[in-house]
Write a protein that binds this ligand. Sequence first.
Ligand SMILES: *Cc1c(COP(=O)(O)O)cnc(C)c1O
Length: 198
Amino acid sequence: MLAVSKTKPINDIIAAYDAGQRQFGENYVQEGETKITTLATDYPDIEWHFIGPLQSNKTRIVAEHFDWMHTVSRDKIAQRLNDQRPNNKKPLNVCIQVNISQEDSKSGVDANQVAMLALTINQLPNLRLRGLMAIPTATADTQLQQQEFANLKTLFDQLQQQYPSIDTLSMGMSGDMDIAIANGSTMVRIGSAIFGER
Ligand SMILES: *Cc1c(COP(=O)(O)O)cnc(C)c1O
């Protein structure tokens, strides 16, 4: 479980840490950087995941501070993260964000572009391809969400046969985690159900 602490204060993160949580997700580069540097000395075993949209002029902050990046959807972003990853850090763990939703506005690559992007990422030495991430259509239609999660799981299984480093299917949030887990999620990203409404 990834605890999504975006917009929440440092003290909330420390409370979750004291309860045993070690993996935290942030959506905004600046806010994430501030939290990571503030907590670095006293909480060195926190693993930080970037899960928001990322513009190419902000990649350096993610490359220098985060352990994971869930929303890679372009070659250019992958290349920049690789080039900007400091030599003294382990490779950045990367998930490809896939557009499984019926909504045009959702970000991520189309399912038929995943193989090409995976090939690119797999060749970059400072990135480690770990899996796929998606946000389903925001709807009360649970059957539609179930179908979207199932589609992503199929894609995940295919990709895993090609790339043994792949072990992470990042899907499910506070409102749909049950459906996501039933469809093979290995990492749910939970914000409001832990920290309260934003
Ligand atoms: C905010 C956010 C979450 C957490 O959402 P909740 O509904 O609060 O659990 C998960 N994933 C992404 C990508 C988010 O932006």
